[in-house]
Design a binder for this molecule. Structure first.
Ligand code: KG4
Ligand code: ZN
Length: 331
């Protein structure tokens, strides 16, 4: 089976072709980051219009790069939600139309399922079951994964997502959007001993997260200190350490609770180097393993949607021609 995958849930147009035998045959990504940078965040209407401009040329390019005939495509997978409604509608309309024209099935994929399965695109994919930490701009959740479609949410954020907290704190530090990766770079120059930020909700049982207080803590620290470059780096460092430590504590707890030894991390924040290295040492101590996607598949991409869609199509799942975008959609 060979599937065309389409991702347009936010500010990245991702297109890919995944083949059951040959693996990933092509993947294209267009990021709108520059378009939204002046506004300090994603402007939904601009995002939709840019997806409209880019989606067809990217699909053509993917087919060209894979060097295949369109008649060899057996199905189309598109991100159905969650995300920005206008952006989702571009991908779902194009995906369903192509499937109709090519007379192949279409399937709507949950964006977070795409992230969760992204490590499956690597050479040594994790075996089921595992615990997944999904950390993106819109979500922070711990999921027990027994197989495709067998997901049990163990905990999630009660307020800001981890990526959102990174972006908001970066904004307080005067960094451009999207601030997460820039804050991480600034943190490398920081002194980890100067400030100590709290590790929210770690002093009580449970696997939920709360990150909005850390942003306020950062704002108060910035206000009460001199605004020199070193202080900015020290705040970035203290913030990153607090988020990472909190995530590590909860991952360890989730593994102990489920008795599992494999941890998958995915979503934009899984690109964070400090998070990766701290999780690796924590899991090594537990005789466990950490799996994550290659850097380019940590953030939004079409490859994860093509892969997840292929699994869904193989199990017989189909989306109606009338399938709508689902901006809010629990996993
Ligand atoms: O998964 P993603 O591309 O989009 C969503 O589905 O939300 O995640 C984007 C998020 C942004 O908040 C971005 O700042 C964050 O991931 N991010 C990072 C890093 N790279 C991306 N946060 C911390 N450290 C990074 N290296
Ligand atoms: Zn995402």
């Amino acid at each position: 089976m060979r599937v065309l995958g389409i991702e347009t849930s936010c500010d990245e147009t991702g297109i890919a072709i995944y083949d059951e035998q040959q693996g990933l045959m092509a993947h294209e990504l267009y990021s709108q980051v520059k378009l939204h940078a002046d506004y300090g965040g994603v402007v939904p209407e601009l995002a939709s219009r840019d997806h409209v401009r880019k989606i067809i040329p990217l699909i053509q390019k993917a087919i060209q790069d894979a060097n295949i005939d369109v008649s060899s495509i057996d199905g189309v997978a598109f991100t159905q939600g969650p995300g920005l409604v206008g952006a989702l509608l571009v991908g779902s309309s194009v995906g369903r139309s192509l499937a109709y024209a090519w007379n192949v099935p279409a399937v709507g994929v949950h964006h977070m399922e795409g992230h969760l399965l992204a490590p499956m695109l690597e050479d040594e994919p994790p075996a089921f079951p595992f615990v997944a930490l999904l950390v993106s701009g819109g979500h922070t959740m711990l999921v027990e994964v027994k197989g495709i479609g067998q997901y049990q949410i163990l905990g999630e954020s009660v307020d800001d997502a981890a990526g959102e907290a990174f972006d908001k704190t970066a904004k307080l530090l005067g960094l451009d959007y999207p601030g997460g990766p820039m804050l991480a770079r600034l943190a490398e120059k920081g002194d980890p001993t100067r400030f100590h930020f709290p590790r929210p909700m770690t002093d009580r049982p449970g696997l939920d997260f709360s990150f909005s207080g850390l942003k306020t803590f950062a704002a108060n620290t910035i206000r009460s200190e001199a605004s020199d470059e070193q202080t900015q780096a020290d705040v970035a460092c203290a913030f990153e350490q607090a988020v990472v430590d909190t995530l590590v504590i909860k991952c360890r707890r989730a593994l102990e609770q489920t008795g599992l030894k494999r941890l998958v991390i995915a979503g934009g924040v899984s690109a964070n180097k400090t998070l990766r290295s701290k999780l690796e040492s924590a899991l090594a101590k537990m005789n466990g393993t950490v799996h994550y996607p290659r850097l380019e598949f940590c953030t939004d991409n079409g490859a994860m949607i093509a892969y997840a869609g292929l699994q869904r199509l193989k199990s017989g799942e189909r989306s109606e021609l009338s399938a709508k975008a689902q901006p809010r959609w629990p996993l």
